[in-house]
Ligand binder design. Sequence first.
Ligand SMILES: *Cc1c(COP(=O)(O)O)cnc(C)c1O
Length: 350
Amino acid sequence: MEFWQKRLRESVTTVAQLSRHFALDVDALDRVSARYPLAIPPHYLSLIEHPGDPIWRQCVPDLHELEDGVTDADPLHEERLAAAPQVVYRYPDRALLLVAGSCAAYCRFCTRKRRVGCAEARVTLGEVMEGIKYIARTPAIRDVVISGGEPLLMSDLLLKEVLERLGRIPHVEILRIGTRAPVVLPERITESLCSLLRRFHPLFINTHFNHPRELTPESREACLRLADAGIPVGNQTVLLRGVNDDAKTLDSLFRGLLQMRVRPYYLHHMDLVRGTDHFRTPLETGIEIMDRLRGTLSGLAIPQYVVDLPGGRGKIPITPQYVEKLGAQAVLRGPDGERISFPNLIDLPG
Ligand SMILES: *Cc1c(COP(=O)(O)O)cnc(C)c1O
C-alpha cells in the first residue's frame, strides 16, 4: 500500500469519529451523514482550528443540508444529459468523463452531492471503458475533463490505463483532470504520479482551493511538483457564504495561488443544488467582489466569475459593468469608478 493510501485510510468517515476531536451532536449529524456522506482526510482535518471556521464549514455535515429550498438535486441535468455511462456531454467540443464515484473529502457544497459517495454512485471500470469508447466514436470531442468524484483516488496503474486509452484517440487534443487532492490529500501528489502524468501532455489540471488557510506547505509542495512536471495547474473556487464571500479573503487566496504557480481559472457561483442553500450568496456579492479585485490584484490572479445555468445550458461569465454606453463616443468606467469618455471607431476607414 502506498503512503497516500495509508493516510486516506486514516480519514474521519463517521460523526462518531469526528466527535473524538470536537464536541458534536452525534445523533443529529448522523442523520445528515446518512444522506450525504462524510469523509475528512487527516491533512484536511488538521487545518480545522475551531468549529464553524472556513475549513469546518466545507467538510463537516450541517443540519441545514436537510432543508430543501428552491433547489434541485441535479440542477445541471447531468443525469438527463449523460451521453453514455459516465459521460456528461453538453458542449460540442468538450465532455466530462466521471471516473470515480467517491472522494477523499466530501465537500458539503458539492454539485454532485446527490450521488457522490453514495453506494449507487459506485463507478465500475467497465462503465469507464464504455465512456471512453463513446468518446472514441464521437469525433467532435476534442477536450476530455476527467472528473468524478475524485479521479486521483484511482491507483497509478488504473489511471495509466485510462490516460493511455484516452491518449490513443486521435481527435482528443487535450486532457484535463479536475482534482481536490492537492488541497485535501496532498500526499497523493507523488513523484511517481507526476512522472506518469507528464507522459500525457497536453495535460491540464484544475484543482480546488477555496480559502487561504488551505495554502499549506504540503499543498504548495504538491502544486509545485505538478507544475515541475510541466502541467499547467489552474484553480476553480466556489463562492461560499461564510467561507470566502469577501474580497479580502479571495484577494489573499488568489495571490497565494499564483505564488504556488497555480492560476485562478473560475470563481463559481453556487449551483442550485439541493442541500446547499446555506452556502449561497446573491449574484451581487460575486459581482462586487470581482469589481474590487480588478485594479488591486494582478490580472493573472483574477479568475472568471461564472454561473453554470440550470438545465445544462452551460457556464456563462458574470462581470461587473464597465461599459456604460457604446457608439462613437463610448463611456467606460475605470476600476476606481471614474467615468471615461472613449473615442470609439465605429465607422472603419477604407
Ligand atoms: C464546466 C464543464 C466543462 C468545461 O468547461 P470549460 O468552460 O471549458 O472549462 C465541460 N463540460 C461540462 C459538462 C461542464 O460542466
